[in-house]
Write a protein that binds this ligand. Sequence first.
Ligand code: DAH
Length: 344
Amino acid sequence: MEHKIEELKAAANDAIKKVATDLKELDNLRVRFLGKKGELTALLRGMSQLSAEDRPRIGKIVNEARAQIENLIAEKNSELKAKALQDKLAAETIDITLPGRKIHSGHLHPLTLTLNRVKEIFINMGYSVEDGPEVETDYYNFEALNLPKSHPARDAQDSFYITEEILLRTQTSPVQARTMQKHKDNAPIRMIAPGRVYRRDDFDAAHSPMFHQIEGLVIDEKITFGDLVGTLDFFCKEMFGESTKIRLRPSYFPFTEPSTEVDVSCPICHGHGGGCKVCHDSGWLEILGAGEVHPRVLEMSGYNPSKVSGYAFGCGLERIAMIKYGIDDLRLFYENDVRFLNQF
Ligand code: DAH
């Protein structure tokens, strides 16, 4: 009996040691040696044939054998589990010396960048930023700006009419009238109004049926043409660089009197020409229209032209961006070619 137990221990020891990775295999061994129908249990059954004095001694040996085999299995079990963990960690090792994958992040569109800068410059001068509808009435788009139905200047802005009285706004100037009407009692105004405008133009390097304008309006007591010039000069220097100069040409707009068109010195060749593609060697680029607010425009929106005066200006956002970045084709802004956009 003792001999058989020794043999059984040796067999269990051997078998358990041989298990290399498989936990299931180890469990099968536990059943084979210690289970209800296992080999050690079978040996125990044989105890009934032993003499009364042998029984306690052999019983003790069997119990010790069981404990030993259980220990072996437990040890092997933790060994296998540790090994499995080790293998898993090895398989999942990250090589931190590999160069990382570049994450391409998007960025703001050049028109947005330009608009943000324009807003920043005017907000710093105390201007508010106003908004108005893109689907506008004929009244605000034209009449309130001193352009009655028969006015020839309407033709210059070929419009998308929705009904006879409603159109897509052709300019941001209607926000002038809307803002004046929001205020009362000749209250001072200092605002810009950026936004989309629409005209029936063909799509080419210089035209688009949709583009962006920024309107400006300042009204207060004793506002002069000199204030307008100083403001625009400051704006252009902030926008295009300290050495930028402006030049005024007399012009006509129905909503301002007197009116002017404003050019900036070319920020690409600094007015030196020399084959400059941006200003075509003229040294100057037209940037905006402006003037003193026409008394009739003030009156129509409830302001008293004998008490207050004002100036207004309007420029194309695309125009500013083209001058700033030296871009010669408007279509680039709308095509969303990443080779173009990535440059900003
Ligand atoms: N609305 C004019 C246009 O679209 C631009 C303009 C000119 C706006 C003179 C003004 C201004 O406020 O005073 O051509």
